[in-house]
Design a protein around this ligand. Structure first.
Ligand SMILES: [Mn+2]
Length: 388
């Protein structure tokens, strides 16, 4: 039996740009702490192999602190480490992988074509390849067959299942046809279901810890055990989480609420119920039908609730159609405006719906001689979306 720890898409030293400097620095500290927790876990739980299928760090520039930490942690492991550089941490001249001196247990793929590392004592061969720039347009497994009687593992950064992908396109069928028993994958942050057939198991570890609102909830790594009984290999895997911080979406229905304070109170209550606090960034999504005459003051509401969590964002996805019956039959210009927008107000396209809602609010406020400055753009999200 061999025991593998698989981790990918850590994106150490991510810029966390857009936020203030302190929050960005905290984000990078969190990722370093996460990496150290994972390595402690490996040391304490008898693993034979650590597989890192890419995007261990985020950009070509790696801080001295992170570089030293990575080397020291790897050197402290009682097992081998195999790295397949991805699109964020490609192997090329001057890269950390090419220039740093690692302990002898660290093995890094350096070419776009498949290579391998043989571990006799584990009866295992690990195959892989490297991104050498931010893309890899060829299918690295084209015409490749892993010819060995040992356990054959592929450690790869790839967007599997997307034929025209710029990120080492291949299919699960290709991996299977190349003769692998297990494929340790990274690149797709929202881990798809584990692929499993009679011959192959292939799994993405998923993002290690959320870095933005496109990485919701707990991050993950994988613990994989491969048992060999004669010709047959049995593969067991377990998803583990080492993240202590998370990004969360919180939809809140404010139908029937008529003022900002009631909304803030409801948000505070929901944050408490879910125990969101200093280790959470939360995006509240206000939903429901509210009166056309009422437009929630997002910055006021945010200011009232923000101290409850590390970072709070509020989006208004409500529709101003609580009083739509009256409007639909209104013979004046107000009714005409409503009827013109009616179809778009119930469009399945969220963007079209909210634009129509905004048009209605602005139009009705203008017709009523109201203050239009309340519609000036308020703060937008300052969290950058992370990419694969
Ligand atoms: Mn990637």
């Amino acid at each position: 039996m061999i025991k593998i720890f698989q981790m990918g898409d850590l994106h150490l030293d991510s810029p966390f740009s857009g936020g203030d400097i302190l929050r960005s620095e905290n984000g990078r500290k969190r990722l370093r702490a996460l990496f150290r927790r994972m390595m402690s876990f490996v040391r304490e739980n008898g693993y034979d192999l650590v597989l890192i299928p890419g995007d261990l760090y985020d950009t070509g520039y790696l801080s001295e602190e992170s570089a030293e930490m990575i080397k020291d942690e790897f050197a402290s492991l009682p097992c081998h480490v195999v790295i397949s550089p991805g699109n964020h941490d490609p192997y090329n001249k001057g890269s950390f992988y090419a220039s740093a001196s690692f302990s002898e247990n660290v093995h890094i793929f350096s070419e776009e074509k498949p290579g391998n590392f043989v571990f006799e004592e584990l009866g295992t061969v690990v195959y892989g390849y490297a991104f050498t720039s931010s893309s890899h347009r060829e299918n690295p497994l084209e015409g490749f067959f892993a010819d060995s009687d040992k356990i054959k593992i592929l450690c790869a950064h790839s967007e599997v299942g997307v034929p025209l992908s710029s990120y080492a396109p291949m299919s699960y069928g290709d991996i299977e046809a190349s003769g692998f028993d297990y494929a340790a994958l990274a690149h797709i942050h929202k881990a798809p279901e584990v692929y499993s057939s009679s011959r192959l198991t292939a799994a993405y570890s998923g993002f290690a810890e959320g870095r933005g609102f496109d990485e919701i909830g707990a991050g993950s790594a994988l613990s994989v055990s491969i048992f060999e009984t004669g010709e047959k290999k049995e593969i067991k895997y377990e998803r583990l989480s080492f993240s202590e911080y998370s990004f969360e979406l919180l939809p809140i229905n404010i139908t029937d609420l008529q003022n900002d304070d009631d909304i803030a109170t409801l948000i505070e209550k929901e944050l408490d119920t879910r125990r969101y606090g200093a280790n959470n960034s939360v995006r509240v999504l206000l939903e429901g039908l509210i009166s056309v005459g009422f437009s929630p003051n997002l910055s006021y509401i945010r200011n009232r609730c923000a101290s409850k969590v590390d970072y709070l964002e509020i989006k208004d996805n409500t529709l101003p159609t609580a009083d739509s019956k009256a409007l639909a039959h209104d013979p004046t210009l107000r009714g005409e405006l409503y009827r013109t927008l009616e179809e778009r107000l119930s469009s399945p396209d969220m963007r079209e719906r909210s634009l129509a809602a905004m048009a209605l609010r602005i139009g009705l406020t203008a017709l009523d001689g109201g203050d239009l400055t309340v519609f000036l753009p308020r703060e937008e999200s300052d969290m950058e979306e992370a990419e694969g």
